[in-house]
Design a protein around this ligand. Structure first.
Ligand code: DGJ
Length: 706
């Protein structure tokens, strides 16, 4: 809801209030819901502003930086008008949130007639406010945009800047640092949102936690600056090498960001989950239970043919899987990662048949067929490179940097975009894929496109990708798309606007995965996180974990198996079949329940998660802990239950535990932090593995009211 009193606007969600004064561009208040009606006067002297520019005595990190037509940097954006729009404006060619909501539009104009627009859309059901910015060049000459952030929020007080950082195979580890006397930055310059610095950040202070979440998959930058007791948070496209020429009469839209406030990190996470699931993920799969898949990658890598794939598919079907995904290696002459990207023709010699025939054989086993593709890339060893070398992204006269032996395509070029739409559409149509894994396995280094200004390249690349993806997704509305970028290098709300799920990380080691999923869960719901059970010892870590542990952890996301199912022992096959049948029975709750992190997965006594049904009548929890010599099992607290209910708690029957625990307790007892499971370390299979993580899964069901 948006209320107006003069030029003061009050943006209300059930739990938060944002008060803006349009004419002075002030944020009078943002935080916990205010109920009192006499709000404007008392808050008038707020030092917090909606945007910051150069040339008016502000020397901190700014949100808007231009080079004017006269060559100067100074702007002075003065209030022009404001209005409430009944519908959210469309962000042309950019990912965006959607849904019924009102939007506040604010307009400020500089003496040069360049206008700055700010948009605030209130999503009441999720306590989130989507923010975006636009520059319209009303001057007669071109200007340069050096920076246009999506959102600026100034908050009084001191804050911790919380970011999610890492690398390949250890994405999104939570880091916090106190922001004091300067600017602290979280940014990607890699051309993708990156493994290293996710575009979701939090500002945590005495009054609560503020979340800022960019809907963008390219170079981004989030900064927090503390100056004179005010903390300025800015999020948007990275201004690193950014220089956008805006002709007379043209406009430039910054990507959208979502911001929200909650008293605790837990509450903020659930707002972000709801926002992503309700207002970002779209299409047929939005609220649909996702299929249990078997993916060929870690089971076969490049070493397969149609017969071996069909053998794997048959076993997968017997185990209860619903979808078989043929990963990398089915096209061109691809037998390792040195060739063929771009040649999306069937490798008949290797498969022994066409892709369409293979897909039909897999479907004949009673499974849906899914396919892997990496459309934005090109191998120099490929027909495509030989015939269309200009499609590759390279700087003329320089030796390009190869990462994973490959170059990227110049996605800023319309010809390349059309080629990609054509080839991807053809692959999907000819094999009748029900699922597509869209991979992207290198960061960008040789950013260059003929006719594209260097300072525009990174963003034009992303605009090209979004254009292509939105066309393909529209053309195949029933196909389930899973985004991927060498694991989770484009795990962001930008991609999630098109792809309802994303491969979270290439690291499937249960202990590492628990942490990666835990870090990811601060900003993203479990319904977008691909999570697979893989072989033991794990191919990334070399560590071993019991099959039940690998399953319990994968239940924190969208379950799949990524191992050679033919090699499972008969005993393990039985275990997997029981796991899949359990998962199918409970996947609605696991995939779409309200998700809470339990304990502390980063070195606490225990970690884990619980997914609770909206009415709090049912939940599934996973507890994980590492055994240390002569240390008793942890004392555990569940979360999200109703303290006024009595629940029946049953441990899932795990192949590695003899004791099948079951008891009854009040919701308050289950959440009090004193739950103790004496047999927690009695795991039969774990005893054989040193340094093992022990896990148990609990089904929690309401029995009655207290
Ligand atoms: C990277 C992905 O993250 C993996 O899952 C797999 O698809 C490989 N690429 C294939 O090359």
């Amino acid at each position: 809801m948006i209320k107006k009193k003069g030029t003061v606007y009050r943006l209300e969600t059930p739990a938060t209030t944002l008060v803006l004064k349009a004419d002075t561009a002030q944020i009078l208040y943002y935080g916990k819901k205010l109920v009192s009606a006499d709000w404007c006067e008392a808050l008038r002297s707020s030092p917090c502003r909606l945007f910051s520019e150069y040339g008016q005595g502000d020397f901190n990190e700014q949100s808007v930086l231009l080079v004017n037509a006269d060559g100067g940097f100074s702007t002075n954006f003065v209030y022009s008008k404001s209005k409430i729009l009944a519908e959210k404006p469309v962000l042309e060619n950019l990912p965006s949130s959607y849904g019924e909501s009102k939007t506040l539009e604010l307009k400020y104009v500089d003496a040069t007639k360049v206008a700055l627009y700010l948009y605030y859309t209130v999503f009441e059901d999720t306590d989130a406010i989507a923010v975006s910015a636009k520059i319209v060049n009303g001057a007669k000459k071109e200007i340069h945009i050096k920076k246009l952030a999506s959102v600026q929020a100034e908050l009084t007080g001191r804050f911790e800047f919380i970011t999610f950082n890492g690398a390949w195979a250890r994405e999104r580890r939570k880091n916090a640092r106190a922001v004091c006397g300067g600017t602290f930055v979280n940014e990607s310059r890699a051309g993708a949102s990156s493994h290293a610095h996710n575009p979701f950040v939090m500002a945590k202070g005495e009054k609560g936690v503020f979340g800022f979440h960019l809907l963008y998959s390219g170079n981004h930058k989030e900064s927090m600056t503390e100056y004179d007791g005010v903390t300025r948070v800015i999020a948007g496209i990275n201004d690193f090498m950014f220089d956008w020429t805006l002709g007379a009469g043209e406009e430039f839209c910054a990507p959208e960001a979502a911001m929200c406030y909650a008293e605790t990190e837990d509450a903020l996470s659930r707002q972000m989950h709801a926002f992503a699931a309700e207002h970002v993920v779209r299409g047929k799969w939005k609220k649909r239970e996702r299929p249990v898949l078997v993916n060929s990658w870690e089971g076969a890598y490049f070493d397969f043919n149609a017969d071996s794939v069909v053998e794997m598919a048959k076993v997968s079907k017997d185990l209860g899987a619903e979808l078989f995904v043929l990963d990398d290696g089915w096209f061109g002459r691809r037998n390792d990662d040195t060739s063929s990207l771009g040649d999306w023709s069937d490798n008949v010699e290797k498969l022994g048949c066409t892709l369409a025939e293979l897909a039909e054989r897999v479907r004949g086993c009673g499974l849906k067929f899914g396919i892997w593709i990496e459309p934005e890339m090109i191998s120099e060893e490929s027909e495509l490179f030989r015939s269309r070398p200009a499609y590759a992204m390279r700087v003329p006269g320089r030796t390009p940097v190869r990462l994973r032996n490959q170059l990227a395509l110049n996605m800023a070029d319309e010809k390349v975009q059309n080629f990609v739409v054509r080839t991807v559409s053809d692959v999907i149509s000819r094999c009748g894929a029900s699922y597509v894994k869209w991979d992207y396995n290198r960061m960008l280094t040789d950013c260059f496109g003929k006719g594209v200004a260097a300072g525009e390249y990174f963003h034009r690349y992303m605009l090209g990708v979004y254009k292509v993806i939105s066309k393909v997704v529209k053309r195949f509305p029933f196909v389930l798309f899973e985004g991927c970028a060498g694991g989770g290098a484009r795990f962001d709300l930008g991609m999630m606007s098109y792809f309802p799920q994303i491969w979270t990380s290439d690291n499937t080691d249960a202990r590492d995965r628990l942490q990666i999923q835990d870090g990811s869960s601060y900003g993203y719901p479990q319904s977008v996180m691909g999570a697979h059970v893989s072989a033991s010892p794990n191919h990334q870590s070399g560590d071993s974990h019991p099959l039940e542990t690998r399953f319990n952890v994968a239940c924190g996301g969208l379950l799949g198996y990524e191992l050679d199912v033919r090699k499972l022992s008969e005993k393990d096959k039985k275990t997997v079949a029981a796991q899949i049948s359990f998962y199918k029975e409970h996947r609605k709750l696991l995939q779409f329940g309200n998700f809470y992190r339990l304990g502390d997965s980063f070195g606490g006594d225990y970690g884990g998660f619980i997914s609770v049904s909206p009415d709090r009548g049912a939940a599934i929890a996973v507890i994980a802990a590492e055994k240390r010599t002569n240390v008793p099992p942890p004392r555990v607290a569940f979360k999200g239950l109703n303290p006024a209910y009595v629940y029946e708690v049953t441990a899932r029957r795990q192949e590695n535990y003899e004791n099948n625990l079951s008891f009854t307790a009040g919701g308050d007892v289950l959440m009090c932090g004193e739950l103790f499971f004496p047999d927690f370390y009695d795991d039969a299979s774990a005893r054989e593995n040193s340094g093992c993580m022990y896990t148990r899964m609990f089904l929690i069901k309401k029995q009655k009211n207290l």
